[in-house]
Design a protein around this ligand. Structure first.
Ligand code: DAH
Length: 384
C-alpha cells in the first residue's frame, strides 16, 4: 500500500471512530424508555449492546433537541465542509492501485453515516410526535377536577337570612356611608352635644366633624332624606367603636338597622314586627319579651329579648342561665329625629330597631370568640 493510502486509511478509520463515539454518546443520553424503544432499530443494536449499564435518566430529554443535534451531526460528518467531503476530494491523489478500494471505503462510510442518522431521525421524529400527543392529550375518562368552592362568611350568611325575612315583609335594603358627619352620626339622631357617645374615647374621629359611624342608625337619616315616608328599610353594615378586642368585642362589627315610618304607626306594630322576625328567624317556639330602655333617638325605647333557642328558656351556658338572650334596642322614632329631616311628627310616626349581628352570629354558630370572625383563617371559615 502506498504511504498516501495508509494515511488515507487512518483518516477514514478516525472518522468512523469519531462518528461511533458520537453515536454512542447520543444514544446513551436518551432517557430510559426512548432507549428501550430504540433497541428495535436493528442496525443500532450493536452500539446499544455495547453501552455500559445506564443510570436511569432523571431528565426525560427533549426530542426536538435530539432532532437538532442529529441535523448538526449530519452537517458535521457529511456536509460540504466535513472531513468526509475533504477525503472525497482527495481520492484522485491516491495511487491508481489503491484508488478504487478507497473510493469504496469512503462511500461506504458516507452511506453508513447517512443510514444511521436517518434511522435516528426517524426514531426521534416519532418521539417528537409522541411527546406532542402526550403533551396535548386529554383523557376524557379522567374524573373532573372539582372546583374548590368558596364559602360565604358566616356574617354574610346571617345577614342574608335577616335581609330575606325583612324583604318578605316589604322592607328594602338600604346602605349608607361608613364615614359620617356629626349631623348624621349624632345631631340628627337627637344625641346631645355632650353625650358620651360623641367622646373620642368611644368614636373614631378622622378629621374634625368627620367620624366612622358608631351605629347603623345613621342610615335612618339618609333613608328618610332619600325616600320620604311612608318607608320601610333595613340597613345592615359595619360600625366602628374604640373598643379593645376581646372574646365579645371588636372595634369593627356589624349591625342591622330597621326603620318604618308611616301614618298611625304604634308600639303594637313594632312589637308585632319584632316577634314575627324572631319567629321566622329562630322558630315558632321561641318567645319574645320587651323591656323598657333608653335611646336618644327613640321614645319610648325598649330592649328586645328572645327565649334561649338552646335550652328553650330553662337556663344554660348560652343564655348565662337566664333563659333569655338580648336581641337589641328599638323604640318609636323620636319626634326630634323626624323633625331633623323635615318630617312632621304630627302626621307621621314610626319605629326603629338596631341589633348587633356579630354576637348573634357567635351564638348561632356557638363560637367562643368572635374575633375568629375577622382573622380570615380559612380553616375556621371553611366550616360554614
Ligand atoms: N343604635 C343603637 C346601638 O348601637 C341600637 C338601636 C337602639 C338602634 C334603638 C335603634 C333603636 O334604631 O331604635 O346601640
Amino acid at each position: 500500500m502506498s504511504s498516501e493510502a495508509v494515511e488515507y486509511d487512518a483518516q477514514v478509520e478516525a472518522l468512523n471512530k469519531a462518528f461511533e463515539q458520537w453515536l454512542e454518546r447520543f444514544v446513551a443520553t436518551l432517557p430510559e424508555p426512548a432507549h428501550k424503544r430504540l433497541g428495535s432499530y436493528y442496525s443500532l443494536n450493536a452500539y446499544i449492546g455495547l453501552l455500559p449499564p445506564r443510570v436511569p435518566a432523571t431528565d426525560v430529554g427533549d426530542p426536538e433537541e435530539w432532532m437538532r443535534e442529529i441535523e448538526d451531526t449530519r452537517v458535521r460528518f457529511t456536509g460540504r465542509k466535513s472531513e468526509l467531503a475533504n477525503l472525497k476530494s482527495q481520492i484522485g491523489r491516491i495511487p491508481q492501485n489503491d484508488r478504487a478500494a478507497f473510493a469504496q471505503k469512503v462511500q461506504a462510510l458516507e452511506k453508513r453515516f447517512l443510514y444511521d442518522l436517518n434511522l435516528l431521525r426517524g426514531f426521534c421524529g416519532k418521539e417528537v410526535a409522541a411527546a406532542r400527543v402526550e403533551r396535548e392529550r386529554v383523557d376524557v375518562t379522567l374524573p373532573g377536577r372539582r372546583p374548590r368552592r368558596g364559602h360565604l362568611h358566616p356574617i354574610t350568611l346571617l345577614r342574608q337570612r335577616i335581609e330575606d325575612i325583612f324583604v318578605a315583609m316589604g322592607y328594602s335594603v338600604e346602605d349608607g356611608p361608613e364615614v359620617e358627619t356629626d349631623f348624621y352620626n349624632f345631631t340628627a339622631l337627637n344625641i346631645p352635644e355632650l353625650h358620651p357617645a360623641r367622646s373620642p374615647q368611644d368614636t373614631f374621629y378622622t378629621t374634625d366633624g368627620l367620624s366612622l359611624r358608631s351605629q347603623t342608625s345613621t342610615v335612618q337619616i339618609h333613608a328618610m332624606q332619600r325616600r320620604r315616608p311612608p318607608l320601610r328599610v333595613i340597613a345592615p353594615g359595619r360600625v366602628f367603636r374604640r373598643d379593645t378586642p376581646d372574646a365579645t368585642h371588636n372595634p369593627m362589627f356589624y349591625q342591622v338597622e330597621g326603620l318604618l315610618v308611616d301614618r298611625g304607626i304604634t308600639m303594637e306594630h313594632l312589637k308585632g314586627t319584632l316577634s314575627e322576625f324572631v319567629r321566622r328567624m329562630l322558630g315558632p317556639e321561641v318567645r319574645t319579651r320587651f323591656r323598657p330602655s333608653y335611646f336618644p333617638f327613640t321614645e319610648p325605647s325598649m330592649e328586645t329579648d328572645y327565649s334561649c333557642f338552646k335550652c328553650r328558656g330553662v337556663g344554660c351556658r348560652m343564655c348565662k342561665g337566664s333563659g333569655w338572650i338580648e336581641l337589641g334596642g328599638s323604640g318609636m322614632v323620636h319626634p326630634n329625629v323626624l323633625r331633623a329631616v323635615q318630617i312632621d311628627p304630627e302626621e307621621f310616626s314610626g319605629f326603629a330597631f338596631g341589633w348587633g349581628i356579630d354576637r348573634m352570629c357567635g351564638l348561632m354558630y356557638e363560637l367562643d370568640d368572635i374575633r375568629l370572625l375577622f382573622e380570615n383563617d380559612v380553616r375556621f371559615l371553611e366550616q360554614f
